[in-house]
Design a protein around this ligand. Structure first.
Ligand code: AMP
Ligand code: ZN
Length: 466
């Protein structure tokens, strides 16, 4: 597979450390508000990447963080913690906000048929790991304590900027954003590993550390969670392009200084979804959510379809006209598929299967060309081959595209029931993670008794209502 690597600024052949266990880390949401559909575009592209890797024969172990502490309103370590801001806005505690928006995020992910990563870890669950890394960075002189905080000393690295091709003076975040300079830093590009002092002393969550009561910086969370769960050699790290600097640049700096060797080979970034006025942002107050699109009568998969029709590396501008177009094309495609006769059981045309599978694979292996992969389906529908073969192939392709191409419209399920089932599945997954199999079984039985059958698949836990 060929994929664009931000690190080399080239299309590269993908060669993992171990074909049996490709490791993939994707930056997760900061759960102080709903995800906007721009964020969700990034998760859709990451989902396609993971499923493509599976489709072409790799086993993928994927990990994602949930940021529930330390991400400040400016990525340059100044401003208020976003979580605290969210909590104040809603007169709730940080933990309440985190739980609520994590749940909402999960619902969005499900509605978009995005596979929930195998490992999802909250930033607040890994404090020991961050302390371990920061201690070693201090011992090895990559970090220093100043004004109560621990900073990473970027001047210790010759290639701090290797992920970006910008000039150094453009990259000084504080100056770029017009943010007040932090005088405790030796250089304005140094970044905080551990805070004990900030202008916002109302920080709710704090932990003991060798440097005093405090909390981790945002960047250290992803390094810590990734190394802890996926090991010292990472194959793929993803995120939206805004993460390249400073977040991923800082992740590389601290991870490689800690590990003493190259950490991740492929840095893959998705371009932004903009609205007609410019960049979409959660801090702007009003923003587009998936629920809002649903309220307006769209199917979440209309939006997935819209994203798949463009390259993940091109800016996509959202407009309702574009979404309407996507909605119409998606409906047309589903109707064509619906008209195929599912009950014929004709002999599969293996030659054609081979031919179409190759075309589909080639499209995705060419830097995830999802729009070309979709045209393979249109070509297939026009082709003079039997319906059984067509249906077989569409089912195959939908393992990656996840557009429910063969699913008949399902009957409406009551919202409360949906909430109940999802919360039980979450509880059961947590129980399984904690190796409490008795509790996991008990939850399965309870659901069973209510006529809800659950099944664990490679794509996550699914359910069926009897
Ligand atoms: P956040 O919840 O702000 O930490 O962001 C979650 C993910 O969404 C990150 O991978 C970001 O890079 C990505 N992201 C942020 N804004 C956009 C946007 N407008 N379009 C696409 N992805 C975005
Ligand atoms: Zn991250």
């Amino acid at each position: 597979m060929k994929i664009y690597n931000t690190l080399s600024r080239k299309l590269e052949e993908f060669v993992p450390h171990d074909k049996e266990k490709v490791t993939m880390y994707t930056c997760g949401p900061t759960v102080y508000h709903y995800a906007h559909i721009g964020n969700l575009r990034t998760y859709i592209f990451e989902d396609i990447l993971e499923k493509t890797l599976n489709y072409i024969g790799y086993n993928v172990k994927r990990c994602m963080n949930i940021t529930d502490v330390g991400h400040l309103t400016s990525d340059s370590d100044s401003g208020e913690d976003k979580m605290l801001k969210g909590a104040k806005r809603e007169h709730k505690s940080v933990l309440e906000i985190a739980d609520f928006y994590t749940n909402e995020f999960k619902k969005d992910i499900e509605k978009l048929n995005i596979k929930w990563p195998e490992i999802v870890s909250k930033a607040t669950d890994n404090i020991d790991m961050y302390i371990k890394i920061v201690k070693k960075l201090l011992e090895d002189n990559y970090a220093y304590v100043s004004g109560g905080n621990v900073y990473f000393n970027t001047s210790k690295l010759e290639d701090y900027y290797k992920l970006t091709n910008h000039k150094i003076d453009e990259m000084v975040v504080g100056v770029r954003e017009g943010v007040e300079e932090d005088l405790s830093k030796k250089s304005q590009n140094d970044f905080v590993l551990w805070f004990t002092k900030s202008k916002f002393d109302s920080q709710e969550l704090k932990w003991d550390s060798p440097w005093g009561l405090g909390y981790p910086g945002w960047h250290i969370e992803c390094s810590g969670i990734s190394i802890k769960n996926l090991g010292e050699y990472l194959d793929i790290h993803c995120g939206g392009i805004d993460n390249i600097f400073p977040h991923h640049t800082n992740e590389i700096a601290q991870s490689e200084a800690y590990l003493g060797h190259k950490w991740c080979n492929y840095w893959i970034h998705g371009e932004h979804l903009n609205d007609e006025t410019g960049k979409m942002s959660k801090s702007n107050g009003e923003f587009l959510t998936l629920s809002l699109l649903e309220e307006k009568g769209y199917n979440p998969l209309d939006y997935r379809f819209m994203c798949l029709n463009s390259s993940y590396r091109k800016v996509l501008v959202f407009s309702y006209d574009a979404l309407n177009q996507a909605h119409n094309s998606y409906q047309k495609l589903k109707n064509k598929i619906k008209s195929l006769n599912k009950n014929l059981n004709e002999e599969l045309n293996n030659l054609k299967i081979e031919e179409y599978k190759n075309k589909f694979k080639e499209a995705l292996e060419n830097d995830l060309n999802t729009s070309l992969a979709l045209t393979v389906i249109y070509d297939l529908l026009k082709d003079d081959i039997n319906d059984t073969t067509k249906i077989y192939l569409i089912e195959e392709f939908d393992k990656v595209l996840s557009l429910d191409l063969l699913k008949e419209e399902v009957k409406e399920i009551d919202n409360d029931l949906l909430e109940y089932i999802n919360s039980m599945i979450t509880k059961r997954n947590e129980a399984k993670q904690n190796k409490d199999y008795a509790l996991a079984d008990k939850i399965r039985t309870e659901l069973n008794e209510k006529g809800i059958l659950i099944k664990d698949t490679r794509e996550g836990t699914i359910y069926e209502i009897k």
